[in-house]
Write a protein that binds this ligand. Structure first.
Ligand code: LLP
Length: 423
């Protein structure tokens, strides 16, 4: 579905003109489409339901992609589970109405406090990433008189062919336990009285447009499942991680696979194994359901370059600065004059503060721009750099606009700071 489309010369979010949102809530502002979020969740649900091996599957939204309570509460209502990586994310999903029994806890650095918090909440599974983490979790569980449900995150050593910062399944990454060590670690886990070995997990990277590495990784993980069964360790679920990519609109980028086409070959491999499938999609559920609305403060024309200086910046959307990621940029009301080539930049004092380079736009000072595909790893990675309050966030539903995050106030930024006492 296309949640953002032009009507009568103006870009809309569902049925709402973006200029109305800018007037009411100011800029920069993240704008999400409830219909698009719902549709992307349903695409996973339907692809699971279409195959017998997926019928009791669970979609655990990777909270790191967008941790806004408005977004989380929508997914919770749709029946989603959540993939969390911190105690903070656990608190958020519970505040959003999530069922703790549908939460998986990933991450290489879980603290004792976080483990206790998750055990007390009664989460579905811990995705354990190292031998010392197994020992620690066992200790915390025994102290609390509980048994921790455990999967090992196995690193299948598969190349996801994606950006090196977001590729996680290779041997040199810090994630997961080495494939060769997994069997011994499973035996160790099965012998620890505070643990209950329930599943296996892998996540090989993010923004994959070619789904073949997923199948390669699954083959390796299933070989391990068979070896485990032969040594008397029976698993009940398999977590295939996240990573399915979206289209950002860059030239030559290629199409994003349909969820059905990504999932069906994987489900076929799982047929008849009696393993419940868990998925941890992040980007694919939210990326194209959100945009960052920003206003042009100045147009600066130079001999070498033209700049559109906007009120959104790298603190609001870090992906271009951090990964040189491409986000499509559209004028909300194109002026109809011949477009010029601009670098779209923010006001932050860094050359890396750009949202897009060399974009053809027909704009002038005061115009609104939409930075597209900003629903994933946008607001959740935002910061207060340069003492910039974080943007407001809204969710559009037909003609209605729900505020899902107030624009931060400058006072909020230093409310927890303390000047030195008087001399
Ligand atoms: N599960 C685990 C264990 C993960 O580490 C991740 C993402 C996901 C699931 C969700 O992956 P997704 O479906 O969103 O690809 N900040 C980067 C992306 C970092 C991804 C980190 N891990 C970006 O803006 O592109």
């Amino acid at each position: 579905m296309t949640p953002f489309a032009y009507r009568a010369g103006e870009l809309h979010a569902e049925d709402v003109p973006l200029s109305r949102i800018a007037e009411e809530f100011g800029t920069p502002c993240y704008v999400y489409s409830r219909a698009a979020l719902t549709a992307s969740y349903r695409e996973f649900q339907e692809a699971l339901a279409a195959h017998p091996a997926g019928r009791d599957g669970l979609v655990c939204f990777a909270v790191k992609a967008n941790s806004n309570l408005g977004v989380l509460s929508l997914f919770a209502r749709l029946g989603a589970g959540f993939d969390i990586v911190s105690g903070g994310e656990l608190r958020r999903v519970l505040a959003a109405g999530a069922d703790a029994g549908k939460v998986v806890f990933s991450g290489v650095g879980k603290t004792e406090g976080e483990m206790a918090q998750a055990l007390n909440a009664g989460i579905f599974c811990f995705n354990v990433e190292s031998a010392p983490e197994l020992e620690r979790l066992n200790g915390v569980a025994l102290r609390l008189g509980k048994r921790a449900p455990v999967s090992l995150r196995v690193n299948p050593n598969v190349d996801a062919h994606t950006h090196p910062y977001i590729s996680t399944g290779l041997r040199q990454n810090k994630f997961g336990v080495a494939y060769e060590d997994a069997l011994a670690l499973y035996r160790q886990a099965a012998a620890l009285p505070g643990l209950n070995v329930t599943g296996i997990d892998c996540h090989i990277g993010s923004q994959l447009l070619d789904p073949s590495p997923f199948a390669e990784a699954l083959d390796k993980v299933l070989a391990l499942v068979d070896q485990l069964a032969a040594s008397g360790i029976t698993l009940h679920h398999i977590d295939l991680g996240g990573g399915l990519g979206i289209r950002y609109g860059e030239a030559g980028e290629g199409e994003a696979p349909r969820v059905l086409d990504y999932l069906t070959p994987l489900l076929q491999k799982l047929e008849g194994r009696g393993l419940r499938v868990i998925l941890e999609p992040g980007r694919r559920l939210v990326g194209n359901a959100g945009l960052l609305l920003t206003r042009v403060e100045y147009v600066k024309t130079g001999e070498e370059k033209n700049f559109a200086i906007v009120d959104g910046a790298m603190n609001d959307l870090m992906r271009p600065a951090l990964y040189e990621a491409y986000h499509d940029i559209q004028a909300v009301k194109p002026r109809g004059e011949a477009p010029e080539v601009y670098d779209v930049v923010g006001p932050i004092c860094e050359s890396g503060d750009f949202l897009g380079r060399e974009r053809e736009l027909s704009v002038g000072g005061g115009d609104l721009l939409a930075i597209l595909s900003a629903g994933a790893y946008g607001s959740s990675m935002s910061s207060n750099y340069n003492s910039r309050p974080r943007a407001a966030e809204v969710m559009v539903e037909g003609e209605r606009v729900h505020l899902v995050r107030h624009r931060e106030k400058v006072e909020d930024l230093y409310a927890s700071e303390i000047p030195l006492p008087r001399e």
